[in-house]
Design a protein around this ligand. Structure first.
Ligand SMILES: Cc1ncc(COP(=O)(O)O)c(C=O)c1O
Length: 469
């Protein structure tokens, strides 16, 4: 049994006194009364002591919280092109949906409830890109969606899709999940042609037209680049592909939710999106497949997604993705203007405070949240680590490529030399960033670059070590 608390003990004592003294009239009754009052007072003061003690504890917890926040400065996240934090509304919806465990393929109530939620999510995702819900296939990631589209050509050669033309055109600055897959397809007999880009990362429409031979079945060009933010004219590229009898795919993983994406006005046949780039969960993506377009599942062995992608649906991920899309509908436009202003502030601040800097990417046709900048004489990895010590997270390239010491294939394709490519960082802004975050980076960055350049024996400008300036 639980021992009595201090208050309860005092009250019990008072009750005991009550029992003893109730037999003693007169004088004893008065003592009883005094003791009774005394007991109550004791009880009251014990109770008040308890209240005071909890208030004290609350203050102590708050003081510790404040002390910790003073000792550990706010972490500033500038790596939204790698991934984004869950939107609080997405988190709320996913936590609530955790109780829902039914398999959408089951016919009982549990299954039917899950199915209804998945189909409702499909409508919301489709609407945001101007598609019909029947044209959306949920996948396990953006990478899987891209692999699915490119792999149609292997199906073509195995007569899954009779008459599929066996050559792909893609660009040199695609995400590795497109470049590596196309390289692999090449070894399996598929022809692959690569589009070059100009110094701003734009593809040349004339070169595309020139490469469009009769055997080209697919053109796959990303809508916005993950490293430098350059946005391509997908409608113009699709027009060239279609005029020459090829299908058009765009990897819109970085564009979707940041700029308007409408499959009808872009006139694409396939389009890829991913949940974790738009404040949704990781491990969920979707592929738009225009009605009537040849298709073959990449993951086989199940009737899910109308036979287009086997595997029990990631119901939580799908609901999270749909909620993230709802929040993009509400927030995207205002956010784009805000981030555009922050990026401008950042760009001008860097130019003002640091010598010898180069900005990569297109000055106008670019994602509002992405700034890629090179600091000759300072290694990107060193900058990243020094900033991390200051509580600021940036990136040196795509997350998938970091860890490798190869210079960014995107920057090399824009004509940047290997040394400048090595000295580049990507700052990708997001919905939680504030002007204070920008000023903090602008305060810290010049010192970081100076420190790294001072250690570089190679960094000389005009015969003088750069640190002298
Ligand atoms: C342009 C682009 N395509 C595809 C992907 C892959 O998406 P996921 O992480 O969902 O596989 C990424 C992720 O960084 C990306 O930036």
């Amino acid at each position: 049994m639980r021992p009595p608390s201090q208050g309860e003990a005092v009250l019990q004592e008072g009750i005991r006194n009550d029992a003893i003294l109730s037999n003693s009239p007169g004088f004893l009754n008065r003592i009883y009364f005094i003791l009774f009052i005394y007991g109550r007072e004791q009880y009251l003061s014990a109770w008040l002591f308890g209240v005071e003690y909890s208030i004290f504890n609350m203050h102590r917890a708050r003081i510790t919280e404040i002390e910790q926040s003073v000792m550990t400065p706010r972490q500033i996240y500038f790596d939204h092109n790698a991934t984004t934090p869950l939107h609080p509304e997405v988190k709320k919806e996913m936590v609530a949906a955790m109780e829902m465990f039914g398999n959408p393929s089951s016919m009982h109530t549990f299954g039917r409830q899950a199915r209804a939620n998945v189909e409702d999510a499909r409508v919301r995702v489709a609407q945001f890109m101007g598609a019909d819900e029947s044209e959306i296939v949920f996948t396990g990631s953006g990478s899987e969606a891209n692999n699915t589209v490119l792999s149609l050509f292997v199906c073509g050669s195995s007569q899954c899709i009779p008459g599929m033309k066996q050559t792909i055109i893609t660009s040199r600055i695609e995400h590795p999940c497109v470049l590596e897959t196309s390289k692999c397809l090449m070894h399996r007999g598929v022809g692959v042609k690569y589009l070059d880009v100009d110094p701003y990362g734009k593809i040349d429409l004339q070169q595309l037209d020139d490469l469009m031979t009769d055997d080209v079945g697919l053109v796959s060009v990303m809508m916005a680049n993950n490293e430098i933010g350059t946005i391509q004219d997908i409608a113009a590229i699709a027009a060239i592909a279609h005029r020459n009898g090829a299908y058009m795919h765009t990897d819109a993983v970085q564009a979707f939710g940041k700029i308007p994406v409408d499959v009808r006005s872009l006139d694409v046949d396939f389009l890829t999106i991913s949940g974790h780039k738009i404040y949704g969960p990781k491990g969920i993506g979707a592929l738009y497949v225009r009605k009537g377009t040849p298709y073959c599942p990449f993951i086989r062995g199940g009737h899910q997604e109308k036979g287009r992608r086997a595997g029990t649906e990631n119901t939580l991920g799908i609901l999270g993705l749909a909620r993230a899309v709802d929040m993009r509908v509400a927030e995207m436009e205002a956010e784009e203007d805000r981030l555009q202003a922050y990026r401008q502030l950042l760009r001008e601040g860097i130019e003002d405070r640091i010598d010898d800097v180069f900005f990569n990417g297109h000055p106008a046709d670019s994602l509002a949240n992405t700034l890629n900048v090179s600091f000759p004489g300072a290694e990107g990895e060193a900058i990243l680590l020094y900033l991390d010590l200051e509580g600021i997270a940036v990136s040196t390239g795509s997350a998938c490529a970091s860890g490798s010491l190869d210079p960014s294939h995107v920057l090399l394709a824009t004509g940047v030399d290997a040394e400048r490519a090595h000295g580049s960082i990507r700052i990708s802004l997001g919905r939680d960033n504030t002007p204070e975050d920008i000023y903090t980076l602008l305060d810290v960055l010049p010192g970081v670059i100076r420190q790294i350049r001072n250690m570089s024996t190679a960094y000389m400008k005009g015969g003088i070590h750069a640190s002298v300036r």
